[in-house]
Design a protein around this ligand. Structure first.
Ligand SMILES: NC(=O)c1ccc[n+]([C@@H]2O[C@H](COP(=O)([O-])OP(=O)(O)OC[C@H]3O[C@@H](n4cnc5c(N)ncnc54)[C@H](O)[C@@H]3O)[C@@H](O)[C@H]2O)c1
Length: 260
């Protein structure tokens, strides 16, 4: 029995990577999916392949969300997944001492403003039915500092907290709208492929990148999609305001852990 039969879903950043996997998973489970992205080529391709819809949206742009609300006034599931590290738009530096204010603002505009606007749209579009599921893709970087990507870590921490405000607000309003956050660590996506590269020492480079991860491997986009599906489905009807780590055990240990 498909888990999302007769449900409508919006996935931001659904044109590739984690968002694409969530999009494909939700479509397989019976949902009609809208991909909201700035990458129209991949967004349209994926939408065609799954029988979904592509909607051109910069998640940081409030007027775009207003257009989306006008064309999709009702929705059952919203996944706020679109995100940037900062390095896509600017080589940096992105550390706390040297980052420019413009770089800091751009990362927060996409990651945090985008999630705020996505949650705001979701509550409005779910209010008529009084039910729905919001899933915010934060990061393990929302729980620990990242010296070389300070705005990214700050924005992801704020997403973690905002998810709880949304969860509490909806419950206070008597709405059965659940809001939870997912905190992945290293998940193999095009973002990482650029850093890893090809060649004979690819495996060694990958191993070095996950050397601190207890499970000693990258996560897969399908593993993130499976967790998003759980949170979107009626298997998670008592879960709201939760933060789920998907990190091969990374956050279970810390520098304070005794050695082997
Ligand atoms: N890959 C990882 O290791 C990892 C780990 C933790 C968290 N995350 C988070 O998961 C999410 C997806 O990451 P990914 O690795 O799949 O990234 P990705 O770069 O492969 O894909 C991101 C998608 O978001 C879209 N996007 C970027 N800016 C946008 C904007 N302003 N408006 C609309 N769409 C926009 C891109 O076009 C792309 O389709 C991000 O929020 C990221 O921070 C990723």
């Amino acid at each position: 029995m498909p888990k999302l039969q007769n449900k409508s879903a919006l996935v931001t950043g659904g044109a590739r990577g984690i968002g694409e996997a969530i999009t494909r998973c939700f479509a397989r489970e019976g949902a009609s999916v809208v991909i909201a992205d700035i990458d129209s080529e991949n967004g349209r391709r994926v939408a065609d392949e799954i029988g979904g819809t592509y909607f051109e949206l910069d998640v940081a742009d409030e007027s775009g969300w207003n257009r989306l609300a006008a064309s999709h006034p009702q929705i059952d599931i919203v996944v706020n997944n679109a995100g940037i590290t900062g390095f896509e738009d600017s080589p940096g530096p992105h550390d706390p001492e040297h980052s420019s204010l413009a770089d800091w603002h751009r990362v927060h505009a996409v990651n945090l403003d985008g999630t705020f606007l996505g949650c705001r749209y979701a509550i409005g579009a779910m209010r008529a039915k009084g039910a729905g599921a919001i899933i915010n893709i934060s990061s393990r970087s929302g729980l620990v500092g990242i010296p070389a990507a300070a705005a990214y870590a700050s924005s992801k921490a704020a997403i973690r907290n905002h998810s709880k405000s949304v969860a509490l607000y909806c419950a206070q309003q008597g709405l059965n709208i659940r809001c939870n956050s997912i905190h992945p660590a290293a998940i193999l996506t095009p973002m990482w492929e650029a850093l890893i590269g090809d060649g004979p020492d690819r495996e060694a480079r990958m191993a070095a990148m996950v050397a601190d991860t207890p499970m000693k491997r990258f996560g897969t986009v399908e593993e993130v999609a499976a967790l998003a599906l759980l949170l979107a489905s009626d298997d998670a009807t008592y879960m709201t305001g939760s933060e789920l780590h998907l990190d091969g055990g990374l956050l279970a240990g810390s520098a304070a852990s005794p050695g082997d």
